[in-house]
Design a binder for this molecule. Structure first.
Ligand SMILES: Nc1ncnc2c1ncn2[C@@H]1O[C@H](COP(=O)(O)OP(=O)(O)OP(=O)(O)O)[C@@H](O)[C@H]1O
Ligand SMILES: [Mg+2]
Length: 279
């Protein structure tokens, strides 16, 4: 990983009926994997969508390699956005297209036109193999014929087939059982290691995020409440971070203990307190 900034969110604001993003700034370095955590409805998907113009910020800017994806020339914006792939929440495959065609959607139309049919087949097959799917078994199947975990992996194959420089993953493991979640998380890591792609992963899988990311961010109330390494996240004393780090029970216990100790000091009669630390 070099110190070059690949994606820069600069003071991004967005409101719909109510404010959603209220000044989010974040720099993602080249080759870095950052996970974004936050409760439902905090604007994680909205933030990801501002990267490629699916949602336009009210204020602020988003830059790729130092160039604005909003204020550059039309062709330049298109070129910048072409370097990004977005893995949508719920895989978002086309139900009526087979797996070959679904993965081919990850290629630019001009690439499809210029590629020899066999070369294209090989690229699609390789992308499927890279997400542990057997092309011979799945290429001609429809999405409905695959399991949820396999569909998510097809979504990953579609993201990598165009050899993007940036991949944005919106909840890649939501709805998967722990085994399939771990598989998809490992694939995201191996894609990042093999292709040096810069990745942002929006996820509710905190353990997975801490394992696979260089840094973790916590979005709360329209702002980044925390940004740091997984170790810093685990050590943070911020109660919200602690709750996300699954130390909710420990935090509650600590609070009860503090209340108990304060009660002791006030307790002139010395009558015993019922101690319940709730863990
Ligand atoms: N296109 C839109 N039009 C109007 N409101 C929107 C739109 N997109 C998102 N919102 C609102 O913005 C807020 C943030 O939504 P967002 O989808 O980013 O949440 P999230 O953090 O991704 O939640 P989840 O974890 O459930 O996916 C929500 O209140 C949502 O209703
Ligand atoms: Mg979302």
């Amino acid at each position: 990983m070099t110190a070059e900034i690949t994606i820069a969110y600069e003071d991004v604001y967005k409101r719909f009926d109510a404010p959603v993003l209220s000044g989010v700034s974040l720099s993602v370095m080249r080759g870095e994997t950052i996970s974004i955590l936050g409760t439902s409805g905090t604007g994680k998907s909205v933030l990801l969508k501002t990267t490629i113009g699916l949602i336009t910020p009210d204020r602020g800017d988003v830059k790729i390699d130092g160039e604005s994806v909003y204020h550059s020339s039309g062709t330049r914006i298109r070129d910048l956005r072409k370097t990004v792939r977005y893995v949508f929440q719920y895989a978002a495959l086309f139900d009526s297209l087979n797996i070959f065609d679904n993965v081919a959607m990850g290629l630019e139309p001009e690439t499809i036109k210029s590629l020899d049919k066999n070369v294209m087949l090989e690229r699609i097959a390789t992308s499927l193999e890279n997400v542990n799917l057997d092309p011979r078994k799945v290429l001609s199947k429809l999405p409905a014929e695959l399991s949820g975990g396999m569909r998510k992996r097809v979504g990953l194959a579609r993201a990598i087939v165009g050899e993007p420089r940036i991949i944005l993953y919106d909840e890649p493991v939501t709805g998967l059982d722990p085994v399939n979640s771990a598989t998809v998380n490992r694939l995201i890591m191996s894609i990042a290691e093999r292709t040096k792609v810069t990745s942002i992963v929006v996820t509710h899988d905190v353990e997975g995020a801490l394992e696979m990311s260089h840094r973790v961010a916590l979005l709360d109330n329209g702002k980044l409440r925390f940004i740091g390494t997984p170790d810093e996240f685990r050590r943070s004393e911020d109660p919200l971070v602690m709750a996300f780090a699954d130390r909710q029970a420990a935090a509650r216990a600590a609070l009860k203990l503090i209340e108990h100790e304060a009660g002791d000091e006030d307790n002139e009669s010395g009558s015993p307190h019922a101690v319940s630390i709730g863990v």
